[in-house]
Design a protein around this ligand. Structure first.
Ligand code: CA
Length: 231
């Protein structure tokens, strides 16, 4: 049964801490999913609609910062970091890593659930839209419905086209190389070819041109990759 308050992905390798968090979230009406590694966490992101991620910085197979970056490529999701070290706090507070809040260990589960609520309230300000894209007038991205509209027209996109565009939309102006786009949009990036990305960009451009003839909001950076024009 889907929780009304949303599904919270808890990525934490220490079972005792994870259990406390899961228990606290569940008793407040959230649906927690616990994963102990970055690899498992990424897999969940593709199969579930996650409202927020509680992310331990120190993980066995990756670090929380790196994982946070990967999570955002698939679409913007709010992140609360769990950290055991002051040096990590500096990076989080410096907003280098794109988290929405953090908690230093040890913390009380009650405090964490309060932060989860606060971040969800803050990030749900728009009507079903979130983050930068919510205010970028030409674009509207509904991540829950996997739908993007441009200049008020909903785009008919294939799965790969949608995921490609969602990655670009998550960070307008950022130049993504082909590998990054491949990882964002294909389940089995190893099997796809470099020119697959180019081919899909071409298809996307055609669909955008069909809405506004002559307009090309996707920018090619020769030898580097692609970005979405900042608005
Ligand atoms: Ca840890």
């Amino acid at each position: 049964m889907p929780s009304e308050l949303g599904t919270i992905l808890v990525v934490e390798d220490e079972a005792a801490i994870a259990e406390t968090i899961v228990y606290a979230l569940r008793s407040e009406g959230f649906k927690p999913i616990w994963k102990a590694t970055g690899r498992e966490a990424l897999a969940v992101m593709t199969s579930e609609t996650i409202a927020l991620v509680v992310l331990d910085v120190g993980l066995p197979d990756t670090n929380g910062f790196e994982l946070c970056r990967k999570l955002q490529i698939q679409g913007r999701v709010p992140v609360i970091f769990l950290t055991a070290r002051d040096s990590e706090v500096d990076r989080i507070v410096g907003l280098e890593v794109g988290g929405d809040d953090y908690m230093a260990k040890p913390f009380s589960p009650r405090e964490l659930t309060a932060r989860v609520r606060a971040v969800l309230r803050r990030t749900k300000a728009g009507p079903g839209e979130y983050g930068k894209t919510a205010n970028d007038a030409p674009w509207a991205h509904d991540a829950e419905k996997c739908r993007v509209s441009y200049q008020g027209h909903t785009l008919e996109l294939t799965r790969n086209e949608y995921r490609l565009l969602a990655a670009l939309l998550a960070q307008p102006g950022r130049v993504f190389n082909r590998d990054q786009l491949m990882n964002a949009a294909w389940d089995d990036p190893g099997a796809a070819l470099d020119r697959t990305v180019d081919a899909h960009i071409k298809l996307l451009r055609a669909k955008l041109r069909a809405i506004v003839p002559g307009d090309d909001p996707i920018v090619t950076h020769r030898g580097l990759g692609y970005s979405l024009r900042e608005t």
